[in-house]
Structures are given as C-alpha cells and as structure tokens.
Design a protein around this ligand. Sequence first.
Ligand SMILES: *[C@@H]1O[C@H](CO)[C@@H](O)[C@H](O)[C@H]1NC(C)=O
Length: 252
Amino acid sequence: MHLPLSTLVAILPFFLDTVSGQGSSGTGKTTRYWDCCKPSCGWPKKSNGGNQVQTCDKNDRVLNDGGNTKSGCDSGGSAFMCSNQSPWAVNETVAYGWAAVNIANSNEAAWCCACYELTFTGGAVQGKKLIVQATNTGGDLGNNHFDLAIPGGGVGIFNACTSQYGAPSNGWGERYGGIKSRSDCDSFPQALKAGCYWRFDWFKGADNPPVTFKQVACPAAITAKSGCKRSNDVINETPTGPSSVPTWTGTP
Ligand SMILES: *[C@@H]1O[C@H](CO)[C@@H](O)[C@H](O)[C@H]1NC(C)=O
C-alpha cells in the first residue's frame, strides 16, 4: 500500500473511530415522547461501566438507589424520569437533550449513555443540531430511530405522568404527539415548563423531522445532569500534526 502522508492525516479520525469500535452514524428518524417512566438506561450495568442514568422520586428529587428502584410505570414502582433530562437551547443553532434510541445492528449495551449529534435535514429546524444522550430504548422504535425526550411530547405506550404529576389519564394532549400549542405548556408542572416551551421555541414546533446522526463524545453539560458517562466514551481529539500519525513503514 502506498499512501501519501496527507491521505493518512485525512483518514486518521476515521481510523480512531474504527478501533474504538464505536462511532455509529447514518440517517435516522425522530419522534418525541415524555412518559415520566424510569428510562431503561437507569438500570445498573447498562452503560459499559459508568453509572446508570439518574432517576427521581415522585417529587423530582434524585433517588440514591434509583438503579435498583422499580419504574413508576410498573405497579408499585417509584422511580421516574428526572425533569432536568429536558432539552435546552445552547444557542440558536445547537441544543442539548436526551432520547430513547434504537441504532441499527447495535444494542443497549453499546448505546446507553452514548451521545449522538443529530443534524436535522428537514422541517422547520433544518440545519440545526441537537446533541442527545441515549437514556432509553423502546420496543416500538425502528432502526436508527431517536425518540426525543420533550415534556408534553406524548406519553406513548407507557404513562407514569398521571401518577407523578396528576396528568390526564392519557398524558397531556394526545397519547402520541402530545400537546399541540405553546400555550398548552402554561399549565404544566413548573419543572417541565422550560422543556415544554423549548419545543415551540428553539425546535419551532417541528414534527418528527428527519436527521443524519453521528456518535460524538458526550458534552460535560449533559453528563452532569444525567449522572451517566460511559467508561469508553468516543475519542474526541482532533489529530493536530505528524506526531499523531501512525509510523510510516512503506517505501516512498
Ligand atoms: C453554538 O454552540 C456550539 C456548542 O457550544 C458551538 O460549537 C457553536 O459555535 C455555537 N454557535 C454559535 C452561532 O454561537
């Protein structure tokens, strides 16, 4: 094989992704939900050595032993999704949040607490980026599917919002899709209002916009809120010069 140095520099980031065994990317779909349930990555040993995702009690206080506490979606369960796992705008073009995911040819052990940069390729948010941490999965998700955690986005199959917040029996708004207008957020529990408004402000009320996605190192601002960080999070360094190029053994 005969490759000029410039080619090696260009392929190095790809090489690092490959050796770390991660770095999934592709095109995907989005939906939205907020079911108040304990997310599945909230169970121990789901995130490759890191802590599990924090969960909260009925009053939105972080549980000390959330990992082993039954989900509020199961009868007698008392672990719920913490309200601070709601999306927020970093600036006009970038936002951070969380999602239930299903990545093609992968599994929970590989995606729990991994982060993905989603670039919207359609709808009112086309061109904007949302970086999400995977905290959950769902039996009803297709391949490369990101179900964005947005308060008021619809409870979907399960509903713990009625027991946690006294929401209507099918959750706020429609079971799938949730509420329809910004003013519906006005009557939300205080802790969920900001995330509810985010959908109509930064997210411009986009309705399940398509994305391209790639795995990225998790921003500290995200892991600080979820309490979960993988022990093998992706390598995030940009090689800066010949010293980081693998030893060249070919003949020029
Ligand atoms: C928005 O925030 C992201 C992440 O911190 C940053 O990379 C980007 O440059 C910012 N964009 C603007 C327009 O400030």
